[in-house]
Design a protein around this ligand. Sequence first.
Ligand code: ZN
Length: 421
Amino acid sequence: MESGRRHGALERSTIAALGDLWLRDVRIAGSPAPTDIVIERGRIASVGPPPAEWRAEAIDCHAHLALPGLVDGHAHLDKTLWGQPWRPHSAGAGLPALIENEREARVELAPVVERAAALLEAYVANGTTLLRTHVDVDPENGLRAVEGVLEVAARFADRIEVEVVAFPQSGILAAPGTERLLDAALRAGASLVGGLDPAGVDGDAAAHLAIVFGLAERHGCGIDIHLHDRGPLGRGQVGLVIERTRALGLAGRVTMSHAFCLCDGEPEVEPLLEELAEQRIGLATVAPAHTSPPPLERLFELGVPVCLGQDGVRDLWSPWGDADMLSRAGQLAWRAGYRRDADIERCVEIATTQGALALGVDDLRLSPGGRGDVALVPASCRAEAAVAHPPRALVVKNGVPVAGSLRSSATRCDTRDPTSA
Ligand SMILES: [Zn+2]
């Protein structure tokens, strides 16, 4: 099966605008002095001044730091209460109580379209240009949430690329009818099939994974599985996912979300990490407050793709989250105990270029050929940007300014060479 993504929002849509833009006087990591970025038809054409004949919108960036567009690799747009009145947390402790509380309370919420759109506005303002969201699919909800999020994703396609995982939040075997609905969600436009604690929630890991991998094979899509199960129970399921990924030739198409069982430092983890690297199975972390972060240094050494997410943002699961992936990168560095710039900057990479790689996107970078997705912040370096996470001064998607207060200093490059026509 071919690698890479088959039907991301951008590929599906032909409406994404591709712009020409000259970002003057930007700071770039690794560059000793401020420079320029030139974007042509949505792609970075050069780092440095444009040729004399260049004609396009120019923006003076006052030596702000340029980052590649930020990436949320694990979100839940359909669950958010963003933009809604404050709602005190009402769920009991533990996964079953959280799932049940949501099932009961979600009927009172404003439509998915309204809440997801409000949250995407915040993501765009914070410089996010690529986002993977899991969206609930279950017999009560049907495809309502998937259709709502797909509608909003299409509306925002010029500003942020959104890909949808059809997510069985109530289990598959535990909620009869869900397998058929997942199949329908993939036909409706979801890009990946999700899973949820095949053993812990559904009680039969082999049967759950047979359905998930069967759907992926049938639809030629990727997989992203939530795994909260810890210890030997969790590790056994990671082993099963690796086995099936290898058997079906799905290397590079599978992500494990959370995978707390790989974060406890037990010696049995190491061989699994090596196999994750071999099968290019990604790991999505949300820098959780209640458990250790993944063994980042070892994952980097092995080359396991890692992405970072907000998970739920102000929802029935938790009141936390701010739709700011720079603040989340700082949180990951803080949870990991990092203090040195180089370590903190690895977390910014996970929230940008490395995170995109984990989602199968290999052209998010500030170099020629990279996609013209840029977030500008008033910071001297990436470590300062993660620690202070100041408001984004400018956000550019495919060469088109989409948020921020920096404005064009000229509509044409008529200051560089006034004699050329
Ligand atoms: Zn999640």
